[in-house]
Design a protein around this ligand. Structure first.
Ligand code: ACO
Length: 313
């Protein structure tokens, strides 16, 4: 059995911070309403920065912390549903910016908010045949470019940002994964090119029900695969940071101890494919992730898609 090992992480957020208070000057909302229903106080929105700049910032940090140069990367994947262009991919743009070798496997994947974990699975599968043994995996979103800033149902929920992880294969390691998708064009959908105006549409209650079902189910499956009785046998759970109430609901159903489920959406909102690597980077920089720690991470979102992994840090 082998597993992907995260050697280092990085993150990059746009400079502009937009609070709920700021949004309440444009739409009929309040910090009290948004925070009590989502756990979000503020988010970063791009004001001129491109997705590529965010991806590059996060990637350079990750590579530097891993002690690697771009010349050592064999796979470059970007998880995103808000790329700068339909083509070239963000991964190819990043290849040019970083100077990754020409034989690097570069492509984007769209599994919405589960994109980082789909990317980890893909990178792990590609590495044995890749020209070099390291993968650069970036979750990068500029969701503000597809938000209707006059729609209070959605504009308060999301944020922009990028998170990166540098991976290698640990041939002696083990991990467990859960993946799923449920073709559903109604619960969350985003206008594509030529469908104006750009906007995210969401049936919030449906998404909430879906999220708590698949997050709880995925964690239970991962615990069973590892032979664990309780979520409290884990060191940490890092879920996609869509909504604090989704996480609290699952934590309660699993009788999790206080603080086991990490939350940072108060400062970032929902950054889709970027949310898990941003959270991992925050935790790693705070010294909260130590070698050997056993953690579960779960992503879920548009598609509908979901993915979970139980891994060792
Ligand atoms: N400020 C004030 N009022 C608002 C706002 C707002 N920002 N947004 C909606 N409302 C109003 C609605 O207009 C509605 O008013 P009405 O009764 O007069 O029509 C009222 O609040 C209730 O609306 P609901 O949609 O029923 O509110 P709900 O309590 O369900 O909360 C929310 C909405 C927060 C979106 C909730 O459904 C939720 O958390 N869903 C999960 C969504 C999510 O996390 N999505 C992201 C995951 S998927 C992904 O990551 C891509």
């Amino acid at each position: 059995m082998s597993a992907p090992r995260i050697l280092a992480t990085g993150r990059c957020l746009p400079a502009r911070v937009v609070t709920n208070e700021d949004l309440s000057r444009r739409v009929d909302t309040s910090d009290e309403w948004v925070f009590s229903r989502t756990g979000i106080h503020s988010r970063h929105f791009c004001a001129g920065e491109t997705g590529l700049e965010l991806a590059e910032g996060a990637a350079r940090q990750g590579l530097e912390r891993a002690g690697l140069t771009p010349a050592e990367v064999g796979v470059c994947l970007v998880g995103t549903f808000t790329p700068d262009f339909a083509s070239p991919s963000m991964a190819c743009l990043l290849q040019q910016r970083l100077g990754l070798p020409e034989d690097t496997l570069c492509f984007d994947l769209n599994a919405a908010c589960a994109g980082f974990l789909y990317g980890m699975k893909t990178a792990h599968a590609l590495l044995p045949d890749a020209p070099r043994p390291y993968a650069l995996l970036v979750g990068c979103e500029v969701i503000s470019r597809v938000l209707d800033m006059d729609d209070r149902n959605t504009c308060v929920l999301f944020g922009d940002g990028a998170g990166a992880a540098v991976l290698c294969r640990d041939e002696a390691g083990g991990w467990h994964t859960v993946f799923g998708s449920r073709g559903d064009p109604q619960s969350i959908w985003v206008q594509g090119p030529g469908q104006e105006p750009a906007a995210v549409h969401m049936d919030g209650k449906n998404v909430f029900r879906f999220a708590v079902e698949v997050v709880e189910g995925s964690i239970r499956q991962l615990l069973a695969a590892e032979g664990l009785d309780s979520v409290n046998d884990l060191d940490l759970v890092v879920c996609h940071q869509a909504n604090a109430r989704i996480i609290d609901h699952v934590a309660k159903k699993l009788r999790a101890r206080e603080g086991l489920f990490y939350k940072n959406m108060d400062r970032y909102g929902n950054t889709s494919a970027a949310s898990i690597p941003i959270a991992l980077d925050e935790l790693s920089q705070a010294g909260a992730l130590r070698p050997g720690m056993r953690l579960v991470t779960v992503g879920f979102g548009g598609g509908l898609t979901w993915a979970g992994a139980l891994l060792r840090w």
